[in-house]
Design a binder for this molecule. Structure first.
Ligand code: ATP
Ligand code: MG
Length: 762
């Protein structure tokens, strides 16, 4: 039998819908393969088609393919696309995926969590371990700092938590952190705190997000038999958005792929936007070295965007120095130019976006109205969504916030989940602490301190300590009986839960309702007279409703930990509002990109902390935003912006001027920046005409359009020592100031005298 005869006689549709290099990337199944290509060139399409091809040629069962994506949303999208191609639904864990169980398609975190559950004992955990959220992490670190008498004003728990996270991103357990890396942090004890933190997590039978991968690495490294099991299982490994993998994810992939080497990664160095979270573009460059003989396929035709959008984006990204450089072209025609608009302030911006959306929705003469689902507003910082949300509510436009203030982060949901967590896993001290006195039951700080003291001394959990305490006279009689009642309640609920697992009729949703009622938690909100109380009760109902979709409590709790990462709203025709970071991999007909101002995009913190590298990452972020657009892109910036309740006058982002000029159309609200469409330097030699390839790397620098138009200076003078930003010289510090003139020591350009109206506070 020849290889071909395995395939159906006619070439299947999923192969016909590919261009030549894409098809090569799909059909080249054996050995390591890297697809390195720009936005919208079909990398994700290649990955899904490849998965389908593996199945169609019967090279592997679904359960033998490890497919990794970055966000839950991307994973859901991939499941949909594969499902559409194979004509049936793609399941998760537990659903049939051939021998050995379900599909292995998901995010790094969800897949690693699944592996860890199977081998928890090798990481010192029990299978029912809890996954902690950011809140819990910080709380735990805070406790440890306190026990070490470290001043948490000087060393906030949040900072120490962040250091721990970064070490985990790099695959470093406490013993592997290079000497001296902790520096002064936490009085020089940062690494020690990290070690204690890991110990505490084990006692709590809990793991944080970083641990999911870190424990996997430890298990794979110390238990060759376990690793061998996964080598045997995963015949093929597929990875999307490879440019954003951090070191620990990278090591995880390398360990899993090292036996068969059937690893296919797709990515784009120009879209790497998670450097701040430990992602390393270097992983892309290292691929060929780590996997000798790796094939590299480049895709150059962009199927997503029209010519002007592509051209504008190419002009922008060409300003980055650290890039591999690539050619992109489209046969889609040039389409509409990118609309650039200057507005007075954030409110005017939201009003304008609202108007544009309504116009698009209505449609114009001969043109069909556009669906809201095909429109997105992509912001740099979370707080920016509020203004749009308000506006959309006023206009009655439906919208969803993706990855925003999420359901599971609401107070009442966290509380309810804490009750469930303790029921599922009595050692979960953090959850127990959260609800021990909520509703108030006379178990205040004093009781809690006693509990803690005993728990620490005996190295047992709070619940276990409580059981001992109620048998003693340590507590006041009232607190003692109250604590006894609570512990008895938990014991009873736990029994019901075990009974339910054993086939009893009691469904976990019913149990959850019982818990919230019997604990007095529901009653607490019913008694509350505040305007938000009814909404909170509705949320609790919603939570119980959600539980019904899950078989087990553990599965539900794990789901919650994982969706917290990036939640999706309800279905329906709605505008999507999200940060640029969450927009990765997505596409919309129309994309609004508000707030392109210095001090917002690029975000000053990124530039402060990482200098040029930070600035380049911000530029990639802007580039990711633009390349989400299929047909229309709107960029806007405001002259005044209220940031954290302070009004600031702002200047347009340098990225605005870096958009290749012939691809943009500039508009301005009356009186702002002269509102001219000129001003863009004419020496830009990129254009992406139809059917023509132009190298985007050929673009030369473009002058800033607005430097010649002095904006109104800020009301206050600049003090010596102030950090400022200047359009031409970049960031610097004021060293002298006199009547409208400043002496500035610039980070890059050295010392210069400049007009104070040409700088902005950085
Ligand atoms: P990003 O870098 O933004 O993640 P990508 O490279 O993953 O982009 P896809 O999302 O796979 O790109 O594809 C972009 C769009 O182009 C999708 O709508 C996809 O269906 C379409 N597309 C990709 N390849 C082809 C093709 N050969 N023919 C027609 N349409 C295609
Ligand atoms: Mg993609």
């Amino acid at each position: 039998m020849t290889a071909e005869s395995v395939l159906p006689l006619a070439t299947p549709a999923y192969l016909l819908n590919l261009n030549e290099p894409q098809r090569r990337a799909v059909e080249q199944l054996d050995g390591p393969l890297l697809v390195l290509a720009g936005a919208g060139t079909g990398k994700t399409r290649v990955l899904t088609s490849r998965l389908v091809h593996i199945l169609a040629t019967r090279r592997a069962w679904p359960s033998q393919i490890l497919a990794v994506t970055f966000t839950n949303k991307a994973a859901a999208q991939m499941k949909d696309r594969v499902g559409a191609m194979i004509g049936r639904e793609v399941g998760g864990e537990g659903q049939s995926g051939g021998p050995g169980g379900g599909w292995w398609l998901g995010t790094f975190h969800s897949l690693a969590a699944r592996i860890l559950r199977r081998h928890a004992e090798h990481a010192g955990l029990k299978t029912n371990f809890t996954i902690l959220d950011a809140d819990d992490q910080v709380r735990l670190v805070k406790q440890l700092l306190k026990a070490e008498h470290i001043d948490d004003k000087r060393w906030p728990a949040r900072i120490v938590t962040l250091m721990i996270e970064r070490w985990k991103d790099r695959g470093l357990t406490p013993d592997k952190v290079p000497a001296g890396e902790g520096g002064e942090a936490a009085n020089g004890k940062a690494v020690e705190i990290y070690a204690q933190y890991q110990e505490r997590l084990k006692t709590l039978n809990a793991a944080d997000f970083g641990d999911l991968l870190l424990h996997n690495l430890t298990i794979f490294q110390t238990r060759p038999d376990v690793l061998a099991e996964y080598h045997e299982r995963f015949k093929y490994i597929l990875v999307d958005e490879y440019q954003d993998t951090n070191v620990s994810q990278y090591l995880w992939l390398r360990l899993l792929a090292q036996a068969r080497k059937n690893l296919c990664c797709v990515g784009d160095d120009d879209q790497s936007i998670y450097g701040w979270r430990g992602a390393e573009v270097g992983n892309i460059l290292r691929f060929e070295k780590d996997f000798p003989g790796a094939q590299v396929i480049r895709l150059e035709e962009n199927y997503r965007s029209t010519g002007h959008i592509l051209g504008a984006a190419a002009g922008l990204i060409a300003h980055n120095r650290g890039r591999l450089g690539k050619t992109l072209w489209t046969s889609a025609g040039s389409g509409d130019k990118v609309q650039v608009r200057a507005v007075w302030d954030g409110e005017a911006e939201a009003r304008w976006v609202g108007e544009e959306i309504e116009t698009l929705q209505r449609g114009s003469s001969g043109q069909k109205g556009q669906a809201l689902g095909q429109m997105a507003v992509l912001v740099r910082a979370g707080f920016q969504t509020r203004e749009f949300e308000d506006r959309f509510i006023t206009l009655g436009l439906k919208y969803r916030v993706i990855g925003g203030p999420r359901f599971y982060e609401r107070e009442e949901i966290r509380d309810a989940v804490a009750y469930l967590r303790v029921t599922a896993q009595p050692d979960d001290d953090l959850a127990f602490e959260r609800i021990v006195n909520k509703p108030k039951r006379g178990l205040g700080d004093a009781t809690l301190q006693t509990l803690h003291r005993l728990a620490r001394a005996e190295n047992i959990s709070l619940v276990a300590a409580g059981r001992r305490l109620v048998e003693s006279d340590e507590l006041k009689p009232q607190a003692r009986s109250s604590l006894r009642r609570l512990l008895d309640d938990f014991a009873r609920w736990q029994m019901t839960l075990t009974g339910a697992a054993g086939g009893d009729e009691t469904h976990v949703a019913d149990l959850a309702k019982t818990i919230l009622d019997e604990s007095g938690y529901t009653a607490m909100w019913q008694a509350e007279r505040t305007p938000d109380a009814p909404g909170r009760l509705e949320n609790l109902k919603e939570l119980i409703g959600a539980l019904e979709e899950f078989g087990t409590l553990t599965a539900f709790l794990e789901h919650i930990s994982l969706v917290m990462e990036n939640a999706e709203g309800p279905p329906g025709d709605m505008i999507s509002l999200m940060t640029l970071h969450s927009a990765k991999g997505l596409e919309f007909d129309t994309v609004f990109l508000p707030g392109w101002e210095e001090g917002l995009l690029p975000h000053p913190r990124a530039v402060e902390e990482k200098g040029d590298a930070g600035l380049e990452e911000e530029r990639r972020l802007a580039h990711v935003g633009l390349t989400r657009a299929r047909r229309r892109a709107y960029v806007s910036f405001a002259a005044n912006r209220r940031i954290h309740n302070l009004w600031q006058s702002s200047i347009p982002s340098r990225f605005v001027s870096e958009l290749a000029s012939e691809h943009v159309e500039v508009h301005s609200d009356a009186g702002l920046w002269g509102g001219s469409t000129t001003g863009f330097a004419e020496d830009v030699d990129i254009f992406v005409p139809e059917h023509k390839r132009v190298r985007s790397t050929d673009i030369r620098g473009v002058a800033h359009p607005f430097t010649s138009t002095p904006r109104k200076g800020p009301e206050r003078p600049y003090d010596v020592g102030t950090r400022v930003f200047h359009q031409k010289f970049g960031y610097g510090r004021v060293v002298a100031a006199e009547a409208g003139k400043l002496d500035i020591e610039f980070d890059k350009a050295g010392r210069k005298k400049v007009m104070d109206s040409f700088v902005a506070p950085a």
